[in-house]
Design a protein around this ligand. Sequence first.
Ligand code: PLP
Length: 436
Amino acid sequence: CALIPDWSHAMSKSETLFADAQRLIPGGVNSPVRAFTGVGGVPLFIERANGAYLYDADGKAYIDYVGSWGPMVLGHNHPAIRNAVIDAAERGLSFGAPTEMEVKMAQLVCELVPSMDMVRMVNSGTEATMSAIRLARGFTHRDKIIKFEGCYHGHADHLLVKAGSGALTLGQPNSPGVPADFAKHTLTCSYNDLDSVRAAFEQYPQEIAAIIVEPVAGNMNCIPPQDDFLPGLRSLCDEFGALLIIDEVMTGFRVALGGAQEYYDVQPDLTCLGKIIGGGMPVGAFGGRRDVMMALAPTGPVYQAGTLSGNPVAMAAGFACLTAVSQPGVHQRLTEQTDKLAAGLLRVAQEENIPLVVNHVGGMFGLFFTDAESVTCYADVTRCDVERFKRFFHLMLQEGVYLAPSAYEAGFMSVAHSDEDIQRTIDAARRCFAQL
Ligand code: PLP
């Protein structure tokens, strides 16, 4: 580190830190989207956060609509979560043995998400989806899975797969390092297109273990499911003997208290959770039907484990977060604040003659710069004006509003966003639209 030059007189602290970070960490970040490659420029290095606000290393404040990519539904540095973490840490950081808090947490999660008879804690959303898919394969004795173009379920090998050249060709790896032999078991269908799913089942009627789906797609910006989509997936799974895995890592406890499955009234066999379930600590979970979950080690043959799974500090944070999120009025406020933001942005966009579509459900939203009437699948997203989004992103950043640094990510509201924060965001957006 002594070899790292000191740029501090010439550059902002974020620029200096980013220059240093790039020498030591690939791309300067520990998760790619943070590097601002989707929008260009230098990422903000964050020093602290409170409520709806982030404060960067140069001391500037931003209204935050990223919320640590979803977990911060209550706002940053929530006192109940902070105190629970401090309290738990005072009793020890990890025991590698069961604790009472794990039982309390399992009970709370299964109460809040009634399709989950049983739950297993892990350390990330990726672990949750990876383990749920292994379980589905082990339970059904089938290898293939269906995922949807534009949906992201973490970075396990078989989930980093894009569609082959024809809709029904076998999947192609999305990343070097993913063997084609793994990717070929992943079939990629089009979101909101039940015909493409039926065709996949008809081509492989006995081979598909599960469908995994984001019930509101939040990794290609924000695409809600059309009315028949989730019920249609449920019936196709029933018809062909496959399991339905709803990936609620993003939507869980955000779109509604019981997740998107409650909001859209659809019953999965397995659910994946992450983000909010840890209140900002690294937690994921998967769970569902008792007969399926009992196939998991040690009761069943499907192996899954974790040194730090159910970690006492993380469980304390998650329990405090879910307890606070379960209070009456939380989801109503999240939805109302998101509605206000969406309506305000649309209004000022129209006034400034900027064609804009805003999708939103519960506490998540997405902005699309497009002339289209609606945006309902990945192909629609790719037709939007990404260059215009990039300019808008940087103008908003200058205005002190932190949006997700990519045209392909959803925005997240928190209950800490006040009417004044939202009005400031809309006023800032109007000034930015005027400059586009
Ligand atoms: N599933 C969904 C829907 C996600 O949005 C994400 C991450 O953004 C994941 C899974 C992976 O979660 P993690 O980043 O915690 O591994």
